[in-house]
Design a protein around this ligand. Structure first.
Ligand SMILES: [Zn+2]
Length: 74
C-alpha cells in the first residue's frame, strides 16, 4: 500500500494513501489546511502496539525505531 507520511509545518503528522498518479503536492494538512508538508518515510503500515496497553492509530511514528527496520515495523 503506497501510504505516505507527511508532517505539516504546524506539527501535525498524518498518513495518507497516495494513489498512483495522484499529486502529492496537492495534499493539505487535515488539521490546519496548510500545504507546507514535509514528506516522511512511512515505516509502519499498520497499527503497532504502543506498549502502553493501546494501539496507535496510523499517523504515529513507530515508538521503537525511526528507520523502519525494527520488528515492530514489520
Ligand atoms: Zn497543519
Amino acid at each position: 500500500m503506497p501510504i505516505r507520511e507527511f508532517q505539516c509545518r504546524c506539527g501535525h503528522r498524518f498518513e495518507t494513501l497516495v494513489l498512483p498518479g495522484e499529486d502529492e503536492s496537492a495534499l493539505t494538512c487535515p488539521k490546519c489546511g496548510g500545504m507546507s508538508l514535509e514528506r516522511r518515510m512511512s515505516v509502519c503500515s499498520a497499527r503497532v502496539a504502543d506498549g502502553g496497553g493501546g494501539t496507535r492509530s496510523l499517523g504515529s511514528a513507530c515508538s521503537t525505531c525511526s528507520g523502519g527496520s525494527c520488528s515492530t515495523c514489520k
